[in-house]
Each structure stands twice: as C-alpha cells, then as structure tokens.
Ligand binder design. Structure first.
Ligand SMILES: Nc1ncnc2c1ncn2[C@@H]1O[C@H](COP(=O)(O)OP(=O)(O)OP(=O)(O)O)[C@@H](O)[C@H]1O
Ligand SMILES: [Mg+2]
Length: 493
C-alpha cells in the first residue's frame, strides 16, 4: 500500500490540506478561504468555528478527490498563521470572542503602556513590543470580554494560536503548542523555552490558560475527528518557520523569503540566539524532538501580497493578481512613483505604528501602470530594508535568497528583487513550502524520513534571477524609496 503524509496549512486568508508522497511531491490538496472580519478601522478578526469547519472540509474533500484512504496517511503536520489569538471554553469548545488576527492594531494602547519594559521583553523573548504579537491580544480579551478573566483564572478559558485551536479540536482536547508558535506570544523565554513568570505578571495573564510548549517535531496525539482511523499528529510549525523548514534552510546562514499576505524573511542562526540591533526579531526557527532548538532572525513585512488584493478590490485596477504583471509591464520603470503600503503601520525594521500608506512622486506623466509597478516594487524595497538589517545583525554576507509564496509568480517582482538586492534570488520547485515544512516535521517524528540530510535531497530549483541594473541605478532607486518611507512615518500620532 502506497503511503502518504498530510499537512493542514491554516493561513491568514485560507485553510488548505495537502497530501505529499515519500518523494515530497504533492498528490492532492484542497483549499477554502475564510471571512476577513473588519469591525473597525485597524481591527481584523476571524471566526474560529468557521476555520475549524473549513479544516474538516478541506481534509474530507482532499481525501474524496484523491481516493486516498486515511489508512494510507502515516501522519499529519500542522502549520498556521502565527500570533492570531483564540480563547475558548474547554468544556463547551466555544470561543469567547472572534480570533484577533496578527494584523489587528487594537492593542496599541496596551503596547504603549508596556514600552518601559521593552528591553526586558526583547532580552527574554527576542521580540519588540508590538500589536503584532499574541500577549497584548490575550490581555485585551481578558480586559474586555465580560467574565473572561475569572474563567481564565479558574481554568475554564484557555488560549491558543491557530495550531493549538486545531490540535485541541482534532485530538479531542489536547492543549499544546510548539516552540515556534510560542516564540511569537511575547510570553515565552527564548532560553528556557518555557512561559516566563515575570512577563506573565506584567501582562496579568494566568499561566493556567496557556498550552504546554512542545518541540516542532514529535507525536503530540492522535486524530479523533476528521478521519475514520486515528492518525498521529506529529509536527507543528508556525507558517514562516515551516517555510524555512520546507526550503530545507537547515544550515546556519541559510535564508528564505515567503511572499504571501505579508512577506517574511528568516535567517537560520544555528543554536545561537542573535539579538537584533537593527529592528529584527529573534525567534525559534524549529526544534526537532529532543535536539537543541535552532534560532532565527526574522524580518516581518506586514503588507505584500495583500496590497495586490487591495489594488484589485479597492482600486479595481486589475481583475486578478496575475494581471498586475501585465499592467506593470506596459511601462519601463516606475516613472518616479513610490508606494509605501503602511496600512497597519510599518513592521521590520521600522516598527512605526503611526505610519500610513503613501503614494508619492506623482506627476502628470504617471499612469496606472506606474502605480502597478510601484506596488510590486514596494515588496522588493521592503525586503531590501530587512535584508540590510539582517546582514548587519548577523555579520554574514548573504549571497542567495530562497523564495516562495504566491507573489513569486510575478516575474517582474522577482527580477526587481534581484536588481535591488544584487544577489541571486532562487525559487524552489515546490511552491507550497509552508505545508511541506510541517509535513517534513511530522514525517521525521514518525520515521517516514530519516533525517534532515534526506530532506535536503528533495530541494530543487525552479528558476533563478540575477541583477540586470547598474550599481548607480540601484542606489538611486533605493534612496528614493528610503525618502518615501520617511514621509510615511508618524502620520498618526
Ligand atoms: N501572479 C501574481 N502576481 C503577484 N501577486 C500574486 C500573484 N499570484 C498571487 N499573488 C499574491 O500572493 C498572495 C497569496 O500568496 P500565498 O498563496 O502564498 O499566500 P497564502 O499562503 O494564502 O497567505 P496566508 O498564508 O497569509 O493566507 C496573494 O496576496 C496574492 O495577491
Ligand atoms: Mg500561507
């Protein structure tokens, strides 16, 4: 009987289930989008029950489409949008509130009140104080949902990111998470890999409501729902760490960029915790069973692919994402137009929550094609901002960037990325690196694959790009971008 391995990829915009074979080829998949709920400007929510329903549905449909029986599935890995926060009742399984999504900025006031403790948080968790992370979101829920604080104190209300929520539902009540997800809460100590009592005290979060922290690869439990037969759940990684794993960035110095809703660049720094002096985050890259954790430096860009969706839905300049290339290709350059998509402030390396979106450099000459180009270029420029910070922090000269995610379909963007970084940009054959990473973690735990050396052999190049512009041009373009960024900062005080 041919055996397969599966991954649940619970992303910001959709949930997918993907089945891979032993050679790490995709054999079947299904994907369902979920509702983005915007109750107020700056607020973003998801319905956790809708996401759980979609999870069951994508599994069922994938199995139906592929005619693969669940007896042929050796294990399942889970990867997820990180930081997004759910609190639910452990007796009824009902959420107390919609999930607060990573992009949501409602915790701005809470974050400002924590600024005095920024050094402490950075030292212990590797993170800066930002609305992005789960800790302030948990505090907001405890402060604002009636009766929730009491329920958390007496152990009825429990917290999880999407990985915990899905695992809890799939296993019929196991409350756990992995180190990579826990490292995005602002509550986990990077050295001990445990919840930090001092930080919990500052945020006034009862430890009782938090999940057990496990490694990223290991058998956590078995499925009680979704499948006829019980299947081990044996890998969990936050989506960006999963992409790092799926790109087989197992060596210190390996770096990848995933161009999805946002854009996330991670650099493997080995077993060493590198603290950033330049606005990057330090995070857990992965931990395989009882081995030492591997750490990473991360640059998170909030708006990348979602800007293409915004151009489609709010400006109606294109009908679908691939059209952006056609529109942009009608002109030779950006015509002096720069677009800083600071829709929810700017993340790395600026961390300016008051920044707002800016289109600058407009003249009578500018047309919609220049705007399309500036939209694509903004992702490459934001990546450059992070890239420069990464080289400074790590002291490494990075020569190659592995890329994946939906926006790598834009050839124009990939060429411009190589132009503006002046290094080789290389896309992997398997585009679904996020799901693949979770699958690899799950497969290692059950012996489907032997070790990371075996996994490395599956990595194949699809296409690569090198710079086609002069040094002079590169400097001019990047200077203009930096000026545009300056003008977007602190628009809201
Ligand atoms: N041809 C294209 N050119 C430019 N952008 C594209 C193209 N195709 C897709 N995109 C963008 O890529 C993004 C989707 O990428 P991807 O599927 O990797 O994200 P995702 O994994 O669904 O995101 P998330 O996990 O955050 O929900 C969309 O925002 C879309 O606008
Ligand atoms: Mg994704």
């Amino acid at each position: 009987m041919k055996m397969f391995i599966g991954a649940i990829d619970q992303g910001t915009t959709s949930t997918r289930f993907i089945l891979f074979d032993h050679e790490s080829n995709i054999v079947a998949s299904h994907q369902i989008e979920h509702k983005q709920i915007f109750p107020k400007a700056g607020w973003v929510e998801h319905d956790p029950l809708e996401i759980w329903k979609n999870t069951k549905q994508v599994i069922e449909t994938t199995l139906q489409k592929s005619e693969i029986s669940d007896k042929q599935i050796v294990a399942i890995g889970i990867t997820n949008q990180r930081e997004t926060t759910v609190i639910w009742n452990k007796k009824t399984g009902k959420p107390y509130h919609n999930a607060i999504v990573w992009q949501d900025t409602r915790t701005d006031k809470i974050c400002k009140s924590l600024k005095n403790n920024e050094k402490l948080f950075q030292q212990k968790t590797g993170l800066l104080i930002a609305t992005y992370f789960s800790g302030p979101k948990i505090k907001w829920l405890l402060d604002n949902v009636k009766g929730l604080r009491n329920a958390a104190k007496n152990g009825n209300a429990i917290f999880g990111n999407m990985d915990s929520w899905i695992t809890w539902n799939l296993t019929g009540g196991k409350h756990l998470t992995d180190v990579t997800n826990a490292s995005r809460t602002m509550l986990m100590n990077l050295k001990t890999l445990d919840w930090d009592a001092e930080l919990l005290g500052i945020l006034d979060i009862p430890r009782k409501m938090l999940p057990e922290i496990c490694s990223s690869s290991g058998i956590y439990g078995k499925t009680k729902f979704g499948f006829e037969n019980e299947i081990p759940i044996s890998g969990i990684l936050g989506d960006q760490q999963a992409a790092l794993f799926g790109q087989t960035c197992f060596q210190k110095g390996d770096v990848k960029n995933t161009y999805g809703t946002g854009c996330f660049i991670l650099l493997n720094t080995g077993n060493e915790i590198v603290h950033s002096q330049n606005g990057l985050l330090t995070t857990v890259g992965y931990q395989i069973q009882n081995e030492k954790p591997v750490y990473a430096l991360e640059g998170s860009v909030a708006i990348a692919g979602s800007l293409i969706q915004w151009v489609r839905d709010n400006l109606n300049l294109i009908k679908d994402a691939p059209e952006i290339d056609e529109l942009a290709a009608m002109v030779d350059d950006n015509g002096g137009v720069y677009f800083v998509p600071a829709f929810s402030g700017l993340f790395a390396p600026h961390w300016n929550s008051g920044a707002r979106g800016t289109i600058i450099g407009l003249t009578h000459f500018a047309n919609k094609s220049h705007i399309a180009r500036s939209v694509l270029e903004s992702t490459a420029f934001q990546t450059r901002d992070v890239f420069d910070a990464m080289q400074k922090d790590s002291g490494l000269k990075i020569m190659k960037l592995k890329v994946d995610g939906g926006m790598t379909n834009s050839k124009l963007l990939m060429q411009f990325q190589a132009d503006i970084l002046n290094i080789t940009v290389v896309a992997s054959k398997i585009a679904e690196t996020t799901a693949l990473g979770a699958t690899y973690a799950a497969g290692l735990a059950v012996g489907f694959w032997k070790d990371t050396n075996e996994l490395q052999k599956f990595w194949k190049e699809k296409q690569s790009w090198n710079s086609k512009i002069t040094k002079d041009k590169r400097i001019k373009l990047y200077n203009k971008w930096q000026n545009a960024v300056k003008r977007s900062l602190n628009w809201e005080k």
